[in-house]
Design a protein around this ligand. Structure first.
Ligand SMILES: Cc1ncc(COP(=O)(O)O)c(C=O)c1O
Length: 396
């Protein structure tokens, strides 16, 4: 047996169960078969329309546009909301790199914001500090004193299924006339003070890749209240066709639309979303209950104003108290053929994003060192969860 833990390496044996397994126990086969039987397999079809309508209804948005993945959703959201090359977009440093890559695809620059130590989400106080102290208003716009670039938008990322504290961020955005693009890819169904994530900012994005709460294999969605932005998103994601008959294109577009087959899977998955959220929350409750007395572990936050979907159960390990550090625990779980993972490299430290302005991010750096994400698939059995619990407890 391979007992070497190498993050990102393939599973060392067949009984090694991955961190997140898609749950496909509803109408997926039936709806996809219908696409195959009718030959409606490509980027238009009734399931694309249904998926858009039903997802918009679920989150309470006016418009939804289905796209190939969450990264494309972010890219197009930046374009339709008017972000120009060389503009700056505030974004959490503690996020999956795709959020930041999308900013660069639009030719804009990230400004990295630290995490709030209580919620692990974008720190609203640091957003205010940056806008108030590091920027100046001139010619009707806001400029970063350090880079000389125009500050145009904020991209809060609701990581791990928990919402960002949005009220102070929205207030600041209105005060400084900034667009708010929510990266809600990890938080479909989460609520901030009774408002669904995805319906708080000006435009928002979801992802349906294999490890998300619902999956279409790969897929994404843009939601917005703004008809003009939704129309523009639909136009840009279908190669910006101005005259379909004559193939006239006045702008550079993208081939970013979701296929009917994937949308069929999305409709079936959406039918089960509430039960998936309930399962994630039940798994998290069990971890919370059994780990709460274990010294040296900080359990996943849940702010009083938050309804978290607990998409990825994550805890912090304090080596001095717990007796081993997060990487030793990762290795131990891996040796027991239990997949786990650390959090992402804070993006302000990524060589891929050299040259961007960053606020100090000590909390994000600590999260990177101490965080361990545990298995929490919707279909996780009690026995499998117990295997995880036994390893974590056995170290004390
Ligand atoms: C926070 C975050 N942003 C963006 C993405 C990109 O989504 P996708 O993989 O569908 O492109 C993901 C997920 O992969 C994510 O976790």
């Amino acid at each position: 047996m391979n007992t070497q833990f190498e993050p990102g390496s393939p599973p060392p044996s067949a009984d090694f169960v991955p961190l997140c397994i898609p749950e496909l126990r509803g109408n997926e086969w039936r709806y996809i078969k219908e696409c195959l039987d009718t030959a409606w397999v490509s980027s238009v079809g009734s399931y694309v329309d249904r998926f858009e309508t039903e997802l918009a209804h679920f989150v309470g948005a006016k418009h939804a546009v289905a796209v190939v993945n969450g990264t494309a959703a972010l890219h197009i959201s930046l374009l339709v909301s008017g972000i120009q090359p060389e503009d700056e977009v505030l974004v959490s440093s503690m996020t999956f790199i795709a959020s930041v890559n999308a900013i660069r695809y639009a030719g804009a620059w990230p400004v990295f914001i630290d995490s709030d130590p209580q919620t692990w989400q974008m720190d609203p106080q640091q957003v205010l500090d940056f806008l108030g102290k590091e920027c100046e208003s001139r010619d009707g716009a806001l400029w970063n004193r350090h880079t000389g670039r125009r500050v145009k938008a904020i991209m809060p990322v609701h990581i791990l299924g928990h919402p960002v504290d949005m009220d102070p961020i929205m207030e600041a955005a209105r005060r400084y006339d900034l667009v708010v693009i929510e990266d809600a890819t990890e938080s479909l169904g989460a609520r901030y003070k009774e408002r669904m994530t995805g319906c708080i900012g000006d435009i928002a994005c979801f992802s349906f890749n294999g490890n998300k709460i619902i999956t279409t294999g790969g897929g994404g969605m843009i939601v917005t209240e703004c008809q003009e932005w939704a129309d523009k998103a639909r136009y840009l994601t279908t190669q910006a066709k101005d005259d379909r008959m004559e193939f006239i294109h006045n702008e550079i577009g993208y081939n970013y639309r979701l296929t009917n087959v994937q949308a069929a899977m999305g409709v079936a998955q959406l039918e089960q979303l509430e039960s998936y959220i309930a399962a994630k929350r039940r798994i998290a409750e069990t971890y919370d209950a059994v780990f709460q007395d274990l010294p040296g572990l900080t359990l996943m936050p849940n702010a009083s104003w938050a309804y978290s979907i607990k998409w990825m159960y994550t805890m912090l390990v304090d080596e001095a108290v717990y007796g081993m550090d997060s990487r030793a625990l990762l290795r131990k779980l891996h040796e027991a053929r239990i997949e786990t993972r650390p959090l992402w490299q804070p993006v302000h430290l990524s060589p891929a994003h050299r040259g961007a302005f960053a606020m100090p991010c000590p909390v994000a750096e600590r999260l990177k060192c101490e965080a361990v994400s545990l298995r929490c698939s919707v279909g996780l059995t009690e026995a499998d969860q117990q295997r995880v619990i036994d390893v974590v407890r056995s170290t004390v």
